[in-house]
Design a protein around this ligand. Structure first.
Ligand SMILES: Nc1nc2c(ncn2[C@@H]2O[C@H](COP(=O)(O)OP(=O)(O)OP(=O)(O)O)[C@@H](O)[C@H]2O)c(=O)[nH]1
Ligand SMILES: [Mg+2]
Length: 378
């Protein structure tokens, strides 16, 4: 009995205002920990959020996948607008497949975030058409598609307009894979369009938000932040956190052009290997984070180079980090004749193959990473 009471005194019905985890003062290692003295303080945030905000700390806690699916599945029985955010830098990697099944008859607004990462001079109309075609091909029914940068504010008037028009008098659920910018987008909505004094925790590491966070709107309805879905088909979910700095762009991508003959290979650190095996001399344009080092070599030397230099000259990851990443699997890809195509590698970016007369490439990527050929984005 007294034990029970003691437990109650150490737990709170409140969720952390930053990440949504239920506040508790029992275990420092678990989500939602706060010292007992702050347990019932209005607007308290947990120690993890405090550390992320003040020290940019990378505290990792894992989210239960079933718990997440339960949360997402619950949306079907509500009357709400669903805002599905995807990351344009990892489009196929961050689309929720089968979203329709979870959200029932509720309308879906597709928000394509992080457009600030595209190279300067990108034609956004073209991108929007591309997104619409891809979404349709994947069977996603959307009431509208909006492109924006939640971080820089680009296109944000359109986001607000679409949300206001489509929600009527309903709640708004913001859903997406981890790290696509859900909390960043809601923070911008709150700070630009309401007087609420609160801030959701955002960080450069996937898995920041841990539970639903309901933020009141002025008509008695809510905008609801949700934890991101973890897809292990994204390279960014498979690598140790120390490697993320080289994978996630934080500035507009400066695309790099490589003129290659068949029989040449590119190494992206020792994370991914790209062999050009058959075709004429072609240009390959790399859209990956500027911080990621690319190394070119002859295909016949590639095995030896990797064996000798993985984790050192071919880095990141370091040798030690490499041990923790799944071994490579090989993807044999055909680039159709006469097409402008991207070889997309989820979490790494993509390689555009220009005006080809047909080509064959082989991509080696950690097992599970989504690799595919698509119509060129840019
Ligand atoms: N370049 C760029 N970065 C962005 C944009 N929006 C968000 N980010 C960055 O993406 C990272 C993740 O942002 P969050 O808002 O925490 O993402 P989230 O979807 O809430 O992530 P989880 O809570 O892990 O599911 C942070 O480093 C943000 O600064 C954007 O429009 N452009
Ligand atoms: Mg979040």
């Amino acid at each position: 009995m007294s034990n029970n009471n003691e437990m109650k005194e150490q737990q709170s019905a409140k969720g952390c205002g930053g990440c949504g985890a239920a506040l508790q003062s029992v275990n420092k290692e678990l989500p939602g920990f706060v010292p007992a003295s702050s347990l019932n303080t209005e607007g308290a945030i947990c120690q993890r959020c405090f550390r992320i905000r003040n020290y940019n700390d990378a505290v990792q806690v894992s989210m239960d996948h079933d718990e997440f699916l339960r949360l997402l599945g619950g949306i079907a029985s509500t009357d709400s607008l669903v805002v599905h955010i995807v990351d344009l830098f990892d489009f196929e990697g961050s689309m929720i497949s089968g979203l329709q099944r979870f959200v029932g008859n509720n309308p879906v607004l597709l928000v394509v975030n992080k457009i600030d990462l595209l190279p300067k001079g990108t034609n956004y109309n073209r991108i929007r058409n591309w997104v619409q075609r891809q979404a349709k091909a994947q069977g996603l029914r959307t009431v509208d598609v909006v492109l924006c940068s939640a971080k820089k504010g680009m296109g944000f008037d359109r986001v607000v307009e679409a949300v206001e028009m489509l929600r009527g008098r309903r709640d708004v659920y913001v859903v997406g894979a981890t790290n696509v910018g859900k909390s960043t987008l809601i923070n911008r909505l709150i700070s630009d369009y309401s007087d609420l004094e609160r801030e959701l925790t955002v960080s450069r590491f996937p898995g920041t938000t841990l539970d639903e966070i309901r933020i009141p709107l002025d008509d008695g309805h809510f905008i609801i932040d949700t934890p991101g879905i973890v897809y292990t088909s994204r390279l960014t979910e498979l690598v140790p956190r120390g490697v993320l700095g080289a994978l996630l762009p934080d500035k507009p991508i400066k695309s790099l052009v490589y003129q290659l003959d068949a029989g040449q290979s590119l190494f992206f650190g020792s994370l991914v290997r790209f062999d050009y095996t058959h075709g004429s001399n072609l240009s390959f344009t790399l859209y990956t984070a500027n911080a990621l080092k690319v190394h070119r070599t002859k295909l016949e030397r590639a095995d030896e180079l990797y064996a000798q230099h993985k984790g050192v000259m071919l880095a990141p990851p370091s040798l030690e980090e490499l041990e923790t990443i799944p071994a490579w699997t090989r993807h044999s890809l055909r680039i159709p004749r006469g097409s402008e195509s991207d070889v997309f590698i989820s979490g790494l970016g993509w390689i555009r193959v220009n005006g080809t007369s047909g080509a064959q490439v082989e991509v080696y990527a950690p097992k599970g990473v989504k690799v595919l050929v698509r119509e060129a984005l840019i």
